[in-house]
Structure formats: C-alpha cells, structure tokens
Design a protein around this ligand. Structure first.
Ligand code: GLU
Length: 484
C-alpha cells in the first residue's frame, strides 16, 4: 500500500486535513506500506508561505511520521514542472490533448452566446470546441503562427462523447458518468503550470500510489482524473472518498461556521489549547469510521490495529466539541501524572512562583480523574496557594452558624492527630462532629470550603493529606476569621 496526503499550501492545516492524513497513515502503518506527503502548490495565487511548515509541524505534533516527503525528495509540485510537461507532450502527440488560445473574454462570450434555459452554463467541450480558437479548429499554420509569436495558451484534454466511464469507490461503491457531460478540462494553465488535475494524476501514477484517500469534496473531480488515467493508458488507483465533516448546525465545517460555533479549525489551535494529540486523533478517527464494537477509546497503536476502510461511512458526520473534550480526558487518564505535571511546570511557575516539581506531580495524581485537559492543573489554585476568596454561593449554602465552632474544634483535634492518613483524618472528623451532636456533613462541607474556597474537588481527606497539617490548620483558621 502506497498512500499519500497531498495538501495544497493555501493555509494552515485544517482538522479535516488531519483526518485525511490520519486515515492514510493508519492504512500505511497497518499494512507495512508507505505514507507520502506531497505538497500540491501549483496554484500560486492562493499560496501561503508558512503553510507547508505548519503542515509538517502539525503532522509531527500528531505523531504521524512520514516516509517520503519534500524533505527527502521531489514531492513539491512546483519543482516537478518537467515531469508534467513530459506527460503533456505525450497527450498532445497522441491527439488526446490540444492547445487552446481563447482569452477569458472569448470564453465568457461563448457562454453568453450559447446559454439556453436548459443549458445556462455552456461548457468548453465537444459541443462547443469547434467554434473556439484551438488546435482542433484552427489550421496548423495558424496554430504555428500563434505559438511563434507567443500568444498565451492553455492545454485541454480532448474528451470524446458517447461513452460511459465507471470506477469503484471503496466507500461509495460503483460510480459511473457519461463522457458527454464532462468538459475539456484545462491541463496546463497559461502561466505554464499544470492544473491540480493533471499534476495530481501524473504524480499519483509516478509515485505509484495504490490508494487515493481524500475528502468527499474531491469526488466530483474524480471523473476528470479517471479520463486522464485512460488518456495516458494508466491504471486508476483505488479511490476512497471520506465523508464530509459537518458543523453542529449542519453544513460543511468551514472556517466561517466553525468560528461561529467556537470550534477551532486549525490543528495549531488544538496544539495551543493543550489538547492531547492522541485524543484528537482518536476523535477524528471516529469521525467517519466505525470501529464495529463498543470500544471508543483507542491509542494510536490501537487505531492502527483496528482501522479498515470498509468501516468508513458515506454520510457526513457532525463535529462535537464536547465529545472531543471527553476523549481528551480519557487520554489524559492514560498518561502518567509525572508527564502531565512536567508539561505544566512553566505555566505553574508563571502562576504561582516557584512550584516544586514533586508537588506538581502529587497535585496531578490527586486531580488525575478530574481533568479534561492537562492545563486544568494550573486552574486548581488551592493546590498551590491558600484560597484568596471563598465562593459566595457555596458560603451561603454550606457555612452555617455552627460552622466556626465545628471547624475550630476540628482544627484543634488535627493539631493533636498522630496519624496524618485518610482513615484517621476521617475518624477524627466524625468524632468532633459527634461531640457537637452534628452530622458529619456539617463539618465535611465547611472544611472543604475553608481549605479550598470552593465546594467541589477531590476526596476531602486526600486533599487534606496533600495540603499537610500546617496548611490545613492555618487555612481553617483564616476562613473562620474571614467568613465571620
Ligand atoms: N491538493 C488537494 C487538497 O488540497 C488534494 C486532493 C487529493 O488528495 O487528491 O486537498
């Protein structure tokens, strides 16, 4: 299996692009095949200078390693013009392509001249080409004169009517189309560069691509590609068109409607927001592919083992940011607290001054089950410093008239406690509550609030162990004074 990811460097890598790359990569890795990165940069008008670097960085962050790429060979289309020119020469010599001199105005003119109600948008094709200025309609002499004086020209594919062409899409099954309905596509533009269609087909053949796996938006180009393969006399690779990624409100997930929904579209945004790359890939894998069983959470290795093209669906799939956050939490649980903490040391020190790495690891262990993002760790202020305030709603609900007396009695008992463990901290709390003829909840909630400033968090006694006797006792005292 030789597969390729072939982005155009017209912008930063989009999550839809990452999904395409992922599916290709998974197939290469599961079959011992080859994963190629090809940069399709023939459209100079939409070229973005740092896009290629962004694509490389994004794939690297995601952990999708590349076997053949512009770094290792000729995989940038702008550097392969000779290859396309040689291919064009063959088509011209075989009469499968022709040269056309029409200006954009002349083509526009033809469109308005020939437009009818049933055919409002006439194409440059077998029905119209004889009325245009090309090497099929002009005399060889005139063509030679025009070429000699350097008239701008394009090269078009000659598509003959009257046949039906079929191909099998791995995802969509058999697709057929009539050549009557296909225009004489441009293969070489007047700037001398090949069009996407030509370069794409020539490269897929030249690079011996076995499977073309790409987004559904390219399905409508495939007839043109199949005709080109036929014109060259080459075999068509296996084709697989992946379902569209839809916005939660329907419609394709474009940059515009993603912005409206607060969904980042560029991979670099997920990187910056602290997503686990494996979680994003896990989520993207399921956006179009069904594993078949109940399992949803997969490591990248697990995806390699489970993935197959025959479980890729046809219908569009909605992007769900909450579900992605859930996957992020799931993957975070699989990483070691020490790794989580280490990745957050800079942010922790920026927020709380000098934070000890060992403390940060303990904090990450304590909160491991409660984080959706590694960066959540920084948000648990009370783990790194005494609370600077106490949540008002929680105070209203939990801080009762008897709270100060109970909390201070617990503080006194804690000062005497020999054994700073969860069972002993709990037994001590129950004893104090009993002595005051109160339920344990009368103490549990105010103590949590006093030490953390909020009414939720990890198990209370685990939290007290983490904070240590000095911090707990001084925080209890402070809260009693502040909340008086
Ligand atoms: N350059 C096209 C893109 O930007 C590639 C489509 C294909 O894979 O053939 O997506």
């Amino acid at each position: 299996m030789r597969v390729r990811f072939a982005p155009s460097p017209t912008g930063y890598l989009h999550i839809g692009g990452l999904r395409t790359a992922l599916y290709n990569w998974l197939l290469a890795r599961s079959s011992g095949g080859v994963f190629i990165l090809r940069i399709e940069d023939t459209d100079r008008s939409r070229f973005v200078a740092d896009a290629e670097q962004d694509i490389m960085d994004s794939l690297q962050w995601a952990g999708l390693d590349i076997d053949e790429s512009p770094e290792k060979g000729s995989y940038r289309q702008s550097e392969r013009t000779d290859v396309y020119n040689a291919a064009l020469g063959r088509l011209l010599a075989d009469g499968r392509a022709y040269v056309a001199f029409d200006t954009p105005e002349e083509i526009e003119d033809m469109r308005s001249r020939l437009a009818t109600d049933t055919n409002p948008n006439p194409r440059y094709d077998w029905t119209t080409r004889s009325s245009m200025k090309n090497s099929l309609s002009l005399s060889p002499d005139e063509v030679a004169v025009r070429q000699k004086r350097g008239d701008p020209y394009v090269v078009r594919l000659r598509v003959d009517p009257g046949s039906v062409v079929r191909f099998t899409d791995v995802v969509r099954g058999e697709v057929s189309f009539r050549t009557d309905d296909v225009d004489d596509q441009i293969l070489r533009k007047s700037d001398g560069l090949p069009t996407y269609h030509l370069a794409n087909v020539v490269d897929d053949h030249d690079m011996q691509i076995s499977h073309v796996i790409r987004g559904e938006e390219w399905l409508s180009s495939t007839p043109k590609h199949v005709l080109l393969y036929e014109a060259f006399g080459w075999d068509v690779p296996q084709m697989a068109h992946l379902p569209l990624i839809l916005s939660p409100t329907g419609g394709k997930l474009s940059k515009r409607n993603a912005d409206k929904e607060g969904i980042p579209v560029f991979v670099r945004d997920y990187m910056a927001a602290g997503y686990e790359p494996e979680a994003l890939l896990n989520y993207l894998a399921l956006l179009g592919w069904h594993p078949g069983g109940e399992q949803e959470v997969f490591s990248l290795r697990g995806l390699v083992d489970a993935f197959s093209l025959d479980r890729v669906g046809q219908s569009g799939v909605q992007f769900d940011k909450d579900k992605l956050a859930w996957f992020n939490g799931q993957h975070l649980r699989r990483s070691a607290p020490s790794d989580i903490a280490r990745g957050q040391m800079n942010a922790l020190c920026a927020a709380y001054g000098d934070v000890d790495e060992e403390r940060a690891v303990e904090a990450a262990s304590l909160m491991h089950e409660r984080m959706a993002f590694a960066s959540d760790l920084v948000g648990f202020e009370y783990l790194f410093q005494a609370p600077t305030g106490w949540d008002e709603a929680a105070v209203k609900k939990r801080w009762k008239d008897d709270s100060p007396a109970l909390v201070l009695a617990y503080r006194d008992a804690l000062l005497e406690l020999d054994d700073w463990t969860a069972p002993s901290l709990e037994a001590c709390l129950r004893k104090v509550a009993e002595e005051h003829k109160a339920g344990a909840g009368r103490l549990i909630h105010p103590v949590r609030l006093a030490v953390s400033g909020v009414s939720y968090g990890p198990g209370l006694f685990d939290l007290l162990i983490f904070l240590g006797r000095d911090a707990v006792c001084s925080r209890l005292e402070r809260a009693v004074k502040a909340l008086a």
